[in-house]
Design a protein around this ligand. Structure first.
Ligand SMILES: NC(=O)c1ccc[n+]([C@@H]2O[C@H](COP(=O)([O-])OP(=O)(O)OC[C@H]3O[C@@H](n4cnc5c(N)ncnc54)[C@H](OP(=O)(O)O)[C@@H]3O)[C@@H](O)[C@H]2O)c1
Length: 232
């Protein structure tokens, strides 16, 4: 069975990626920090032996190699938590992502999905008041694009904790730099990340996502088939 690693698995998007992956019957390894608080669903899955949780500092190279060894794919859902440390985004969203990319290269893990953000790369944007976060996000994206790994960047809009929206709203997909605002539930972000892992056409693409009640639900592969002209 294919083994999916998820970093930032204690976060509000990361735990949903793990949860959705378990629901799909995938084997999952959740990577969290030594002091991370595991959300209830993951703590329960770990207790029941359905989830492999590794606690480590992601900047500890040997430990990260060990935690990623044997995994077939990685979903990166780490992100600087809002804080007074304005260097957080550079440390986590740029260099932290680079550490993870290097570890994937070292252990031969090829398939990586990165959760980034709409407007990544923008200099003039209010979100940049937190440590130029959109600039750091783009650095992480670029290092992944240039890594030689089999990558997909998922850029969500504003993230909502209201999972019930995922039953009422469809995902609005686009290519890079097409969407500026709007939001979506984290549950849908988690599903798109896992669909990307299963969809060869998602490789090498930046995919922006928001959601809307007026959008018919559409799977990522359907959107990609319609969006990408058939060869010949
Ligand atoms: N919030 C939004 O509206 C929004 C919009 C677009 C994109 N995004 C991006 O989407 C992603 C997920 O966002 P979210 O709000 O769901 O995440 P979140 O709840 O803030 O979780 C962040 C995760 O990253 C981990 N993390 C933070 N610093 C770390 C470090 N130095 N080393 C290792 N792990 C670290 C956290 O671990 P701990 O639990 O140990 O702190 C946590 O698991 C992030 O990349 C975020 O920037 C957010």
């Amino acid at each position: 069975m294919s083994l999916v690693a998820v970093t930032g698995a204690s976060g509000k998007t990361g735990w949903r990626v793990v949860d959705e992956a378990l629901k799909r019957g995938l084997a999952v390894r959740a990577l969290v920090r030594p002091g991370s608080v595991l959300p209830a669903a993951l703590a329960e899955a770990e207790q029941q032996g359905r989830l492999d949780v590794r606690r480590l500092d992601l900047s500890a190279t040997e430990a990260l190699h060990a935690a990623l060894s044997g995994c077939d794919s990685l979903v990166i859902a780490t992100g600087a938590r809002p804080s007074v440390d304005l260097a957080g985004p550079l440390k986590v969203d740029a260099f932290g992502v680079r550490d993870q990319i290097r570890a994937c290269q070292a252990v031969g893990l090829k398939r990586v999905v990165l959760v980034s953000s709409l407007c990544a790369g923008r200099w003039q944007h209010p979100l940049n008041l937190f440590g130029l976060i959109l600039v750091s996000k783009r650095l992480g994206e670029r290092w992944l694009e240039e890594s030689g790994l089999d990558w997909t960047v998922v850029r969500p809009g504003g993230l909502s904790e209201d999972d019930s929206r995922s039953e009422r709203e469809g995902v609005v997909y686009s290519g890079p730099n097409q969407q500026e605002s709007s939001s979506l539930p984290r549950r849908l972000v988690a599903r798109v990340c896992l669909e990307a892992l299963e969809t060869p056409a998602a490789s090498g693409r930046i995919i922006e996502i928001t959601s809307s009640p007026t959008q018919e639900p559409q799977a990522l592969n359907q959107w990609l088939e319609a969006a990408i002209p058939a060869p010949g």
